[in-house]
Design a protein around this ligand. Structure first.
Ligand code: ARG
Length: 228
């Protein structure tokens, strides 16, 4: 398996962008531990494959390149399954349903329907589904490496809104009482773990882990502990 990549056979490398709480974030006692719902699932995936998990934290828009160059074995990063991405990677069964929401400054009362976001100045995370979707509404989009930086830009009054995934948006909102969250009629998005098309066995093994976690009730326990 992946001979010549400098990787040992008993290590499974997961790639993530740990700026997406509660799915992946940097925290813990030491302050530099990578934690979250996806990380718990990734640990179980490695355990079931009889391997030790190694986590590579990187920019979100580098993940698929890292996967297809063999630098990482799979992606656990709240990544939405899309036809565009399916052209270059395989996805596991969906493991979480989310949607996009808006974050705006609390005093902004101008947005009630999808019509109202046309031509607004958006901030998004680079390479995210929000980044792709925003182009339907405006060309006035500034993309950042993390959703956190996008939110800073909003707080500084440089953009009108941040388009971001529902759970991380709620998570950041809890720490930023000067913002508010707006839910509009955006389509559902399903998160999946991405695997190289060269690794069908790993894909099977991930799907087995998900199936077992769901059947045993552990999946729901993890959702309750990390998400709601
Ligand atoms: N679900 C969105 C997407 O697939 C955003 C995911 C961002 N994940 C992250 N760990 N930063 O594009």
């Amino acid at each position: 398996l992946l001979a010549g990549c400098g990787k040992s056979n008993d290590v499974l490398v997961v790639g993530t962008n740990a700026a997406f709480p509660p799915f992946e974030y940097v925290g813990g006692q030491s302050g530099d531990e990578i934690k979250g719902f996806d990380i718990e699932l990734a640990k179980q995936i490695a355990k079931d494959a009889g391997k030790t998990l190694k986590i590579e934290n990187m920019k979100f828009d580098s993940l698929i390149v890292a996967l297809n160059s063999g630098k990482i074995d799979f992606i656990a990063s709240g990544m939405t399954i899309t036809p565009e991405r399916q052209a270059s990677v395989n996805f596991s069964e969906p493991y979480y349903e989310a949607t996009q929401v808006l974050l705006v400054n609390k005093d902004n009362d101008t947005i009630h329907t999808l019509d109202d976001i046309k031509d607004k100045h958006f901030a998004v995370q680079l390479g995210s589904t929000a980044d792709m979707m925003s182009k339907k509404y405006t060309q006035n989009v500034t993309a950042f490496n993390t959703g956190f930086e996008a939110i800073m830009e909003l707080k500084n009054g440089k953009v009108d809104l941040v388009l971001f995934d529902s759970e991380p948006a709620a998570n950041y909102l809890a720490k930023n009482p000067d913002l508010k969250l707006i839910k509009l009629d955006f389509p559902p998005e399903f998160y999946g773990f991405a695997v190289s098309k060269q690794q069908p066995e790993l894909l099977n093994s991930i799907n087995h882990t998900l199936k077992n976690l769901k059947a045993s009730g552990q999946y729901q326990t993890l959702v309750s502990a990390h998400i709601k």
